[in-house]
Design a binder for this molecule. Structure first.
Ligand SMILES: Nc1nc2c(c(=O)[nH]1)N[C@H]1C(S)=C(S)[C@@H](COP(=O)(O)O)O[C@H]1N2
Ligand SMILES: [Mo]
Length: 220
């Protein structure tokens, strides 16, 4: 064993360092706020393609070995295999996504299991306030329970009628369209329901805990 970082580790640290720098510089901030009637949030520009952003590690999880665990402050903790997930009611939504690096992409058609279906299954306890998403690349991000409980939130496996690619978080990722995209964990492994909030990977590196694009909650 050696402490010498791998080439992968070096690239990763560079990427992370750059984004932390943006947070301290307030990169992309316009100082404006907008209502939800304005479709493009302040400081954002439209893209037609779908950029890839992650920590430089894109885990490969075949559906045959994929599991999703929902545990913590819930009445019925459960671990679901792929077939279990597919056996749950499937929902479709069309939504826009907004990345803090200032791109937005309209009209993404998602298919997956709704937050509502999952919450019905596990029954969060009365004192549950937050969810921590844990991913197969060890990424984490946190949301308030009511941010996740919205009608447009899904755990998605399909984008525009095709399986979500590995680079975009397949086989399953979170999609919480009303907040900056770093809240939507790719390769999601575990939904940890908690009483006390726990800031995730970017939330502990200068990014906003709430992440509303219309009020430009980019940084903390
Ligand atoms: N597991 C995991 N999820 C993640 C990330 C990550 O590094 N790992 N990056 C986040 C960030 S910062 C963004 S902008 C979006 C990017 O999603 P995309 O690559 O599909 O556009 O994923 C979010 N979810
Ligand atoms: Mo991001």
């Amino acid at each position: 064993m050696t402490d010498e970082p791998t080439i992968f580790g070096k690239i990763k640290d560079k990427l992370i360092g750059k984004k932390q720098e943006w947070a301290t510089q307030g990169r992309g901030l316009t100082g404006e706020a907008a209502s939800h009637e304005q479709r493009l949030p302040p400081g954002q520009h439209l893209v037609k393609d779908w950029p890839v952003l992650d920590l430089g590690i894109q885990p490969q999880i075949p559906t045959t070995s994929y599991t999703l665990t929902l545990d913590g402050a819930v009445e019925h903790p459960i671990t679901l295999a792929w077939a279990d997930l597919m056996g749950l009611p499937q929902s479709e939504r069309v939504s826009d996504m907004h990345c803090v690096t200032t791109w937005s992409r309209y009209d993404n058609k998602w298919r997956g299991v709704s937050a509502e279906a999952l919450l019905t299954l596990v029954q969060p306890r009365a004192d549950c306030r937050h969810i921590i998403f844990h991913s197969y690349d060890d990424y984490t991000t946190n949301v308030r329970l009511e941010q996740f409980a919205q009608d447009d939130c899904l755990l998605v496996h399909t984008w525009n009628d095709a399986p979500i690619s590995r680079e975009h978080g397949g086989p399953l990722r979170v999609m919480i369209p009303k907040f900056y995209l770093w809240k939507s964990a790719k390769w999601v492994k575990r939904l940890e329901f908690v009483v006390a909030d726990e800031p995730g990977f970017w939330e502990t590196r200068g990014y906003n805990n709430n992440a509303d694009p219309w009020t430009e909650e980019r940084y903390s």
